[in-house]
Ligand binder design. Structure first.
Ligand code: CUA
Length: 167
């Protein structure tokens, strides 16, 4: 069989391109490992207390300045820990004034969870070993449901909360 000179060139180029593609894919997918897209720092999932944000008293919504809030959440099977109220009861509903900026920080002590306030830009993957962080501005008043959008086990559907953005 006779191959034209240029056919050989292009064949060679195709093979080189394919190898380069597979190397890049393999490097990206395996060498660097996987992590949630919005992770900031590492954390020991068995010792969440190592990060001040996840101390029991710092969980939930805290006002840090005029129009600025921090929301620290521990997502675990099968609950979002948003802190406790004055009577010690777990909080599942938070309220925040429209136009506020909120820094959401979340982590998990067990398995991968999602943290999505449906209808807002707050949509994170929460992976044990990482602190997921995201700052958003909440401009649109309304009630938003917090849901877990990573299947995490039999109680997956029980993970929810609500956030009201008030005028
Ligand atoms: Cu947590 Cu699904």
């Amino acid at each position: 069989m006779h191959l034209h000179k240029y056919e050989k060139y292009w064949l060679g180029l195709g093979i080189i391109g394919l190898i380069a593609f597979l190397l890049i894919l393999g490097f990206g997918a395996f060498y660097l490992g996987t992590h949630p897209q919005s992770h900031g720092e590492l954390i020991d999932p068995e010792n969440l207390e190592m990060n001040e944000a996840f101390h029991e008293e710092n969980l939930g919504l805290t006002k840090v300045d005029e129009g600025r809030y921090v929301l620290n959440v521990v997502a675990s099977a099968f609950n979002y820990n948003l802190g406790t109220d004055e009577s010690g009861a777990p909080i599942s509903h938070i309220e925040i004034p429209a136009g506020s900026k909120v820094l959401v920080q979340a982590t998990s002590p067990d398995v991968v969870h999602g943290l999505n306030f449906a209808g807002t830009n707050i949509n994170m993957m929460v992976e044990p070993g990482y602190v997921s962080a995201l700052e958003v501005q909440l401009d649109n008043p309304g009630e938003y449901t917090l849901v877990c959008n990573e299947y995490c086990g039999v109680g997956h559907h029980m993970m929810f909360g609500t956030m009201e953005v008030v005028e």
